[in-house]
Structures are given as C-alpha cells and as structure tokens.
Design a protein around this ligand. Structure first.
Ligand code: BTN
Length: 265
C-alpha cells in the first residue's frame, strides 16, 4: 500500500525535518535528491519513493526497491563547510536512527560499520551517502536509506544476504509508524551533530555495533585488503584497527567482512 505521507507529517515530534516529498515511482531517491536545483533545496528535506526503478547501493551495486515493500528515502542535508571533516558521521547517524527504530520493535539488530543494519548476519537496511560539490566545497549531502520492510521473500540472488522486518516479525509492518520513528530519531542525532556533540553519537554507535575487538578484513578505498582487530570508531566516524602487523590504522570507508569465528549465524 501507498505510504500515508500526511499521517507521517502530522506525527513528527520537535522535528528538524523541513519537508517530505513523496513520489510513487522514481529511478532513485538519491539521484533525485542530488539533482534538485539549489534554489529548491531545503535543509532536512526528505525524498521518499513508493518504488525505485534504479535504486543505488554502495560500490555501484543495485538496490532492489520493489513497490510499497520498503522505505526508500533520501534526507538532504546542508551542514556547511565547518563540518567537512565530520561528514562520515552522517552515514552513521542514518544507520543509528533506523537501528534504534527497529530495536524498539523488539528486533535484535546490529550495526555493521559504516552503513549496514544486520539481523542474524542478513541485511535489513543499508545507507548510501552521496555528496554534491561545487569546486572543492561540499554543498549538499544526501543520506540515502533503504529499509527492507514488508517483502515476504527475496529471490535467489538476495535470499542468502537479505531479510525484511516482516520476515523477522512474521507479520506485516506499519511503514508509517516506522518512518515517523526513524525521522524522529534522525532529528535527535542530527541535532546533536549540529551542536557538535559528536562523542554522544560515537558512543551510541560503539555500544550498538557488534564489531569491537573482533577480527575483520577490510577492502579499503586504495583497493588493498587489510586485516586486523577493531579497536575504535574515531570522532570523525572512521574505523580504527590494530592491524595484524601491530600498527594502528584508521579507515574512512571500506567493505568489511567479519571473521567467521565471530559470527553466530
Ligand atoms: C547499500 O548498498 O547498502 C546502500 C543501499 C542504499 C539504498 C537506498 S534506498 C534509498 C536511497 N536511494 C538509492 O538509490 N539508494 C538509497
């Protein structure tokens, strides 16, 4: 069923969210959010789609976004230059906002740095942040959030790696309620970000992620693989590892796999 966007608007609490725009079918909410003219963009404007025909995932992957079965949305942020070293935190805030909403439903999800929410090692939600720059200045950040909500099943390609909230709870999920919860959480955490209370966000993340002190492999942006133990998330949202060589190294982005012996599922 189509999202009741009026109902969502009416139930946002103390919200920083300035506008909700709903489209029944578009290519990608991130694409649209990046393409909107500067003169029409507002801080904390949210673009939501009933379906995406070309949903984007990380690492140029597709994001499967079937009609009315998930929450497919992008939040447009205009944080300004003074936060340019902190922009990675916006991805973490997106994931944390969804994670807390899901946990409130009684689901024992975990956060996987930097952008995944997992349930028993399968993906319930992914976050893709993209930036629009003018010269060397970032003038817009788009935090794209995809939540698998009401799919009854996934096709062969995804069924080993994805799960929906409906499959976990064994009942249809109210998307409006979930969206309200996510946007209210996002307002709280983005509020902290703007007050430069970065440590409060990081502390929450570290508490909720299931990676501290675990051995992982990361494929980093330089195309290299690094192995080590997760020892921290820095104040800029980077992952800090104690590498097998004994040296410490931080990563701003990368594809992480957790060593099998640490996985329960
Ligand atoms: C990932 O690869 O895990 C990130 C997936 C992000 C998907 C969301 S759905 C809404 C927004 N629009 C897109 O095209 N992608 C993001």
């Amino acid at each position: 069923m189509k999202l009741d966007i009026e109902m969502v608007r009416d139930n946002l609490e103390n919200s920083l969210i300035s506008e909700l725009k709903y489209y029944d079918s578009i290519t990608s909410t991130n694409e649209l959010a990046l393409d909107i003219k500067d003169s029409l963009v507002k801080e904390c404007m949210v673009i939501i789609a009933g379906e995406q025909t070309k949903g984007r995932g990380r690492l140029k992957r597709n994001w499967f976004s079937p009609q009315y079965q998930g929450l497919w949305m992008s939040i447009i942020l205009l944080p300004g230059q003074k936060y340019k070293n902190k922009l990675s935190l916006l991805t973490l805030i997106g994931a944390l906002s969804v994670h807390e909403a899901i946990k409130k439903m009684g689901i024992n999800s975990t956060l996987k740095w930097p952008n995944d929410i997992l349930y028993e090692s399968k993906k319930v939600c992914g976050v893709l942040s993209q930036f629009k720059s003018v010269g060397d200045k970032i003038n817009r950040v788009v935090v794209g959030i995809g939540v698998n909500v009401n799919q009854k099943e996934f096709d062969d390609e995804l069924k080993g790696s994805s799960v929906s909230l409906r499959m976990i709870k064994d009942k249809k999920i109210n998307k409006e309620k979930l969206l309200i919860e996510i946007l209210n959480n996002f307002s709280i955490y983005y509020g902290l970000f703007k007050k430069q209370q970065f440590n409060n966000i990081i502390k929450k993340w570290k508490n909720e992620m299931d990676m501290l002190n675990k051995n992982i492999t990361i494929n980093s942006l330089d195309g290299k693989k690094h192995r080590g133990k997760v020892i921290d998330i820095t104040q800029s949202g980077e992952l800090k590892l104690k590498l097998d060589s004994g040296k410490n190294k931080t990563f701003i982005a990368g594809d992480v796999s957790i060593d099998k012996k640490f996985l329960k599922y």
